[in-house]
Design a protein around this ligand. Structure first.
Ligand code: S3P
Length: 450
């Protein structure tokens, strides 16, 4: 089983104005998919801007274990020689996906309809997360899964020898489940249909089309009906990965709460299935503008400019927006603490099964810093204390969750007294340059003793 090594305690203290240009790394979701689809194409896929965070590096290693050649040829520049749909070899070792739910669930889907067996594991966070949401639909193809109680990793997947195509209504709003079924459908004959009631991130669909698969999405009364024709020959691609809106959220939100800040975050992917946070911030009264809007590699992209916003108000975040900002609720709750009035977040049950129970982790840490938070099974509220109004001084547990660690470090940039985080190590899974990028803007983050 993998581990993150020794905990890295960190302290964040009041910084004053954050200023400058924040070049955040490549999109994590798109990076995983570029490696996996590259491995399933015939020939060489070239990728630039790949996120070199631990989650994605674990997926690169997994693709090698299934027989693809995966090489780095420069910073963020990678080459994948794929083996073709149905061409995966049986790995001769356990596949360790580290902290990554996206990695393990997408790879399980990608191998589920090949006549091979693979065993998956991860760190303590990943091994506690539910996998039945993926193995249930994979069973419809003829795939078998044997894991620990409650459908947890470590888990062995026995690929279907004669897969049949599937029609599946995704019961929870999850791009990982949708993508696992679509990737499994690649090696099934005929048409695999996935129906989602709520739109989730559509990078898999966009990228499959780019690789030459026949895939059609229709918007109906049932939701989005996605039909994939199986057994295509995927053509290798050149992929430029846009910068990650979920990572951009940290410098953007930190700028909104730190007095005098003015930060430009260029080249951020603003796919509508990912951009809910920015819409929400603008509704709260954030001084956030999109500049230079354009399209790159099939994804909408803009430069984001965020300035200190002393007049933000709490709002009720529309529940139907949840899927488009699901990873951003932790940092939104930090911004909400500096707004006037209450921010209400409903329809967010999925936050309880991420890298940590994110409602619980944020509620405890915010309370430790003097903020009032109420929560229930699928909702939570944060009572704002106004600009500069949060006392701070708390000690926060990150629960092996990168976004929890980064959210509390951003909190400390604007609280009256410093905020301590027990372990910033997991930040390397998605945003390895977070510390240097934020200190470059003027943040005061230090590695500290507990
Ligand atoms: C992701 C989907 C989301 C998100 C995760 C990345 C993806 O998870 O939270 O960080 O790349 O498909 P769910 O599918 O569980 O909602």
């Amino acid at each position: 089983m993998s581990s993150h090594g020794d905990p890295v305690p960190m302290t964040s203290r009041k910084a004053g104005a954050l200023k400058g240009v924040a070049e955040v790394p490549g999109d994590k979701s798109i990076s995983h998919r570029a490696l996996i689809l590259g491995a399933l194409a015939v020939g060489e896929t070239r990728i630039t801007g790949l996120l070199e965070g631990q989650d994605v590096l674990d997926t690169a290693r997994a693709m090698r274990a299934f027989g693809a050649e995966v090489e780095q040829y420069g910073p963020g520049e990678w080459s994948v020689h794929g083996v073709g749909v149905g061409g995966f070899a049986e790995p001769d070792q356990v596949i360790d996906c580290g902290n990554s739910g996206t990695g393990v669930r997408l790879i399980m889907g990608a191998m589920a309809t090949s006549p091979i067996t693979a065993t998956f594991t991860g760190d303590a966070s990943l091994n506690g997360r539910p996998m039945a949401r993926v193995t249930d639909p994979l069973a419809l193809f003829g795939t078998e899964a044997v894991g620990r109680a409650g459908g947890r990793l470590p888990m062995t997947i026995v690929g279907a020898v004669e897969p049949v195509p599937v029609r599946y209504h995704v019961p929870v709003p999850s791009a990982q489940v949708k993508s696992a079924v679509l990737l499994a459908g690649l090696n099934a004959p005929g048409q695999t249909v996935v129906i989602e009631a709520e739109a989730t991130r559509d990078h898999t669909e966009r990228m499959l089309a780019g690789f030459g698969a026949e895939i059609v999405t229709e918007v109906t009364d049932e939701g989005r009906v996605i039909t994939l024709t199986g057994q295509p020959e995927l053509r290798p691609q050149t992929i430029a990965v846009p910068r990650d809106p979920s990572s951009a959220a940290f410098p953007v939100c930190a700028a909104l709460i730190c007095e005098g800040s003015d930060v430009l975050v260029p080249g951020i992917g603003l796919n509508p299935t990912r951009a809910g946070l920015y819409e929400t911030l603008r509704e709260m009264g954030a001084d956030l503008t999109y500049e230079n809007m354009r399209e790159e590699g099939g994804e909408p992209v803009a430069d984001l400019r965020a300035r200190f916003s002393p007049a933000m108000r709490g709002i009720e975040v529309p529940p139907e927006r949840a899927a488009s900002m699901i990873d951003e609720y932790p940092i939104l709750s930090v911004v909400a603490a500096f707004a006037e009035g209450e921010t209400v977040m409903r329809g967010v049950k999925e936050l309880r099964v991420k890298e940590s129970d994110r409602i619980d982790a944020m509620a405890k840490g915010l309370r430790a810093n003097g903020v009032t938070v109420a929560d229930g099974p699928d909702w939570w509220t944060v009572t704002g204390m106004g600009p500069g109004g949060v006392p701070g001084g708390g000690f926060c547990a990150s629960h092996l969750d990168h976004r929890i660690a980064m959210s509390f470090l951003c909190l400390g940039m604007a609280t009256k007294t410093p905020v301590r985080v027990d372990d910033g190590g997991p930040i390397a899974t998605s945003f390895p340059v977070f510390e240097e990028l934020m200190t470059g803007l003027g943040a005061r983050i230090e590695r500290s003793n507990r």
